[in-house]
Design a protein around this ligand. Structure first.
Ligand SMILES: O=C1C[C@@](O)(C(=O)O)C[C@@H](O)[C@@H]1O
Length: 216
């Protein structure tokens, strides 16, 4: 089953008040890098059953530069409080960030890497994460790469800058997460999360009423 993630840019602590309006998503991603300073964790903690915290590195698509030491301390504190986060594999390695039960990710915005390159970076986290997430721009070879990565099992694959329905296709093939926006795209290739929800709910309903349609 694919979980639907509603991605929400956070530019100030005020934006955290919007969280409850997206509770029909499975998870609400708080993109904290949309601000140059991080909100108090106390203000996030009360939503901890629903949120996924992301402080995206500018080298992997982040909007503002956040001092890596501040980011590392913040992630360690989230870990202590049992709050879900997404951390880049490279950052987790460099700053020794705990990854069990968390999302470990890698993003390619301008090229399609080889399968071996991705595996080399993610290898250490295969058994030490909840989900491995790979987002790749829709250039030559991206479909083959993302499809091959699905065999890792607990993986989310996201094509960027392609027809958003391709995200639905990868969900049917086994991707664990699908990211949609909440009114403002945080990556090309997203639909509003409610649209993804409608499509996936429909597909689930027909697979329940006629299991052979989607289950082969
Ligand atoms: O890494 C991801 C996936 C994403 O880039 C996307 O392709 O939808 C959107 C980001 O907000 C999120 O952190």
């Amino acid at each position: 089953m694919t979980l639907i993630v509603a991605s929400l840019p956070i530019r100030s602590e005020e934006d955290l008040k919007k969280i409850p309006s997206f509770y029909d998503a499975d998870l609400i991603e708080l993109r904290l890098d949309y601000s140059s300073s991080l909100p108090s964790i106390d203000k996030i903690e009360k939503f901890k059953e629903k949120v996924l915290v992301t402080i995206r590195d500018t080298r992997e698509g982040g909007i503002n530069f956040i001092d890596p030491k501040i980011k590392a301390d913040y992630l360690q504190e989230l870990y202590k409080r049992g709050i879900l986060y997404d951390v880049e594999a490279r950052f987790a390695k460099e700053y020794n960030i705990p990854t069990d039960g968390k999302i470990v990710s890698i993003h390619y915005f301008d090229r399609v890497p080889s399968y071996d390159e991705v595996i080399e970076i993610l290898r250490d986290f295969v058994n030490k994460s909840w989900i491995l997430k790979v987002a790749v721009v829709g250039k030559d070879g991206y479909k083959e790469l993302l499809a091959k990565l699905l065999s890792l099992g607990n993986v989310a694959v996201l094509p960027m800058g392609t027809n958003p329905l391709e995200r639905v296709a990868f969900s049917i093939l086994g991707s664990k997460l699908i990211y949609g926006h909440t009114g403002e795209e945080t990556a090309k290739g997203q639909l509003h999360y409610k649209e993804f929800k409608k499509i996936l709910d429909y597909l689930t309903s027909i697979s329940i009423s006629s299991p052979s349609i989607l289950m082969g």
